[in-house]
Design a protein around this ligand. Structure first.
Ligand code: MG
Ligand code: MG
Length: 259
């Protein structure tokens, strides 16, 4: 069942998503060579709690942390550890927060130190593919229109789209119907209607699309060991342009001031 939100609920979701984006912006200043991913996790948990939120992922289906921290060939669901970030790494930080009973969910992939031009291009294309998907997220279109747009853009650049993990409806629950795949056919799938809230989250691999899960039952990696990138926004569907509830501009401001 798909939960259509009221205007008031969408404003509450904007608050939880803005807290997620502010957490990302805080972390943007901390992501440097040598920092441990566990430190980033602790900073994020404290920041969310200090700002009236509850970490959305902590204990979700038993997940042990606030952040999913996925480095290089880790696609998603990496568990923060004492491991140190190195120059040349990319690190996707997936973060969720609950404020007033509503979930926010957003992911941003960061560069650590000097990243190769090939890997930078993967990040650019993955973020672009997210916005290509969002362009199609309009009332009256279908879920397949979103996936088609994401897939087309990624494959045009020679990358591949992970099939096993998808975006989702979101609201009082972190994961609601419908599923939002990053691949698909135009005009197919659930029809989008006004005030549906969904998370669109392309996971794009530099090499082949195949993935596997590590023995920890969480960490998902690319089979070929090549890097993977992940960007995610939570949006509300309208009759026109989607209302993007999370906000990368807060993150990008910090990144630009680091340069
Ligand atoms: Mg997420
Ligand atoms: Mg999500």
């Amino acid at each position: 069942m798909i939960f259509i939100k009221s205007k008031e609920e969408i404003e509450l979701m904007r608050q939880s998503n803005l807290l997620v984006s502010r957490t990302h912006a805080m972390l943007a200043a901390e992501i440097v060579e040598g920092v441990s991913t566990l430190k980033l996790d602790k900073l994020a948990e404290q920041f969310i709690r200090d700002n009236g939120g509850i970490p959305g992922f902590l204990n979700y289906n038993g997940f042990p942390n606030t952040l999913c921290v996925s480095i290089n060939d880790v696609v998603v669901h990496g568990i923060p550890k004492g491991n140190q970030l190195k120059s040349g790494d990319i690190v996707s930080i997936d973060c969720g927060a609950v404020v007033n009973g509503y979930h926010g969910d957003s992911c941003f992939t960061f560069e650590v130190g000097e990243v190769s031009p090939e890997v930078k291009a993967l990040l650019v294309c993955t973020k672009e593919s997210l916005y290509k998907g969002i362009e199609q997220a309009v009332a009256g279109n279908r879920i397949g229109d979103i996936g088609y747009a994401v897939q087309k853009h990624a494959e045009l650049h020679g990358y591949s789209v992970v099939r096993e993990l998808v975006g989702h409806g979101i609201g009082r629950n972190l994961h609601e119907s419908p599923e939002v795949p990053n691949y698909g056919k135009k005009g197919k799938g659930v029809k989008l209607s006004e005030n549906m809230t969904i998370a669109i989250e392309p996971m794009i691999n530099m090499g082949r699309k195949e993935i596997y899960q590590e023995a920890d039952h969480w960490t998902i990696k690319t089979r070929d060991g090549k890097p993977s990138a992940h960007f995610e926004h939570t949006i509300a569907i309208t009759k026109g342009e989607a209302d993007i509830l999370s906000d990368f501009s807060l993150i990008e401001e910090v990144l630009n001031s680091k340069k």
